[in-house]
Write a protein that binds this ligand. Structure first.
Ligand code: CS2
Length: 467
């Protein structure tokens, strides 16, 4: 794609940590639309916390790229020009801290995935033994997202600047409070007075983000070249749907006019967030483990299989009673819309991609609703099959005996606990306290062993067929 000068673009008002496909398919277009509607200096400097790939791909084209909405018949490419720069944190942490401390930067937004918060998934609290946190406690050049936030806030305080707003856009329960908690905990270990200042002055709005964005493939790059006549080595592919609910709580009220771009600015996002995490992400994870084991490459492939389409329905009927619909939303209609979105054949969202990092995702997606139902003595075979399928998945071998490329920060430990004995596997995995609190583990033992025996004996698909 041809380069163009970035000098005429609005100045950077947002630094985004974790510039993956989702951020470029969601946060960036929303902010671009907000500026198109209402102006403001809300250009974005993106920060990759790990690899240089995105920076290297976008540099030659002035940080512009295509975002393509995938409808079944007419893909719609859009050129996004909101990025002013992309930094690669491990190459130069000082440069990242410098931009975070620029007085014109008002917001630090994050899509660093669940594991980027360095927290304990079962409790949401900072994990002080996390290697990145141990590093960031003593080294002023951080490696973790919480480390960057704390060190930048420290420098802003010392320079007499206002703090920036830290806005989590990851699929975590109470993502604002969770981020605030890990930042305050880390700050208190470095300088208690800093933690007090952050607690009093900084803001951590919660958000619910939603747009299905599969990883870009080589075939997508070729397709975008065909559609646009331009070679873009790093386009992003996404569904047409997007929903962003944001708790309207920013430092000094400084933010782009995101409502003008279609975001819902609300006083409390809890209802939106719980509905989305449990109904969308919960069903996604359930279909990812079961579907992968049954040989379905994508969510759309699974939804085209009547056994899995019926399973999704069962899941939603178990999950819906554990969530409260946001005002004006019908949970039945929401489930109907999820069915259509999951079935969209233009979206090739791999079950393997969604299956990643299950240890970080299970608590809020599947164990939350399961725990609520167990408390009310409501049987939950569909949810139990999802968790048992995850236990089968982490064995690292699929039902045809092929190895699974298991990606999870706990992969080695989980693999070592799983075996060809369903009872022993369930018992061993339920001892992982970072995922299963003791009381929940005790209540899950019997129903999970039941589901696991069926899956180990009959295979996933046959087990779901007779649920
Ligand atoms: C998915 C999400 O990969 C996953 O875990 O469940 O990325 C999902 O596609 C998005 O949250 C949809 O908004």
């Amino acid at each position: 794609m041809a380069a163009e000068p970035v000098s005429r673009r609005p100045a950077t008002g947002i630094v985004h940590l974790g510039l993956g496909a989702f951020a470029r398919a969601f946060v960036c277009p929303f902010v671009a639309d907000a500026m198109a509607a209402s102006g403001g200096d809300w250009g974005i400097t993106g920060v990759s916390l790990r690899t240089p790939d995105t920076r290297d791909a976008l540099r030659g084209q002035g940080w512009a790229y295509y975002a393509v909405a995938l409808t079944p018949d007419a893909p719609a490419p859009r050129r996004v020009t909101v990025l002013n720069d992309v930094l690669v944190a491990p190459e130069d942490p000082g440069a990242v801290l410098d931009v975070l401390c620029d007085p014109r930067v008002k917001i630090v937004s994050l899509t660093v995935t669940e594991k980027g918060y360095c927290h304990d998934p079962a409790t949401g609290a900072l994990n002080p033994d996390h290697p990145d946190i141990r590093h960031d406690l003593t080294d002023a050049h951080p490696v973790s997202a919480p480390g960057y936030l704390v060190r930048a806030l420290q420098r802003r305080r010392d320079a007499g600047l206002r703090p920036s707003t830290a806005m989590s856009c990851d699929n975590l329960p109470g993502n604002g409070a969770l981020l605030r908690g890990v930042v305050l905990d880390l700050a208190a270990r470095i300088d208690p007075a800093l933690a007090d200042w952050i607690a009093a002055e900084a803001r951590f709005p919660a958000t619910m983000v939603d747009r299905i964005t599969p990883a870009t493939t080589d075939a997508d790059i070729a397709r975008v070249a065909h559609l646009t006549g331009q070679h873009d080595p790093a386009p992003v592919m996404h569904e047409p749907f997007a929903q962003w609910a944001i708790e309207d709580d920013f430092v000094d009220g400084a933010r782009p006019d995101l409502a003008a771009a279609g975001a819902e600015m609300v006083a409390d996002v809890t209802a939106h967030e719980r509905m989305k995490l449990r109904m969308l992400n919960g069903a996604h994870s359930a279909l990812a483990y079961t579907g992968y084991l049954a040989g379905h490459e994508t969510i759309a492939d699974a939804m085209a299989d009547p056994v899995f389409a019926a399973y999704a329905q069962r899941l939603w009927s178990e999950i819906a009673p554990t969530v409260t619909a946001p005002p004006g939303v019908s949970l039945d209609a929401y489930a109907d819309s999820l069915r259509a979105r999951f079935a969209n054949p233009a979206i090739r969202h791999r079950t393997w991609q969604i299956a990643m990092d299950g240890s970080q995702k299970l608590p809020q997606r599947l164990l939350g609703p399961l725990g609520d139902r167990l408390e009310r003595d409501q049987p939950s075979p569909a949810l139990c099959h999802a968790v048992a399928a995850w236990m089968r998945y982490v064995r690292g071998v699929d039902e045809r005996g092929h190895p699974i490329d298991l990606r999870d920060p706990m992969a080695d430990r989980l693999k070592a606990l799983a075996s060809d004995d369903p009872d022993a596997t369930v018992t061993a995995l339920l001892t992982v306290r970072g995922i299963f609190p003791a009381d929940l583990a005790a209540r899950l033992q019997t129903p999970l062993i039941d589901a696991a025996r069926r899956i180990w004996r009959n295979g996933v698909r046959a087990s779901l067929d007779t649920l």
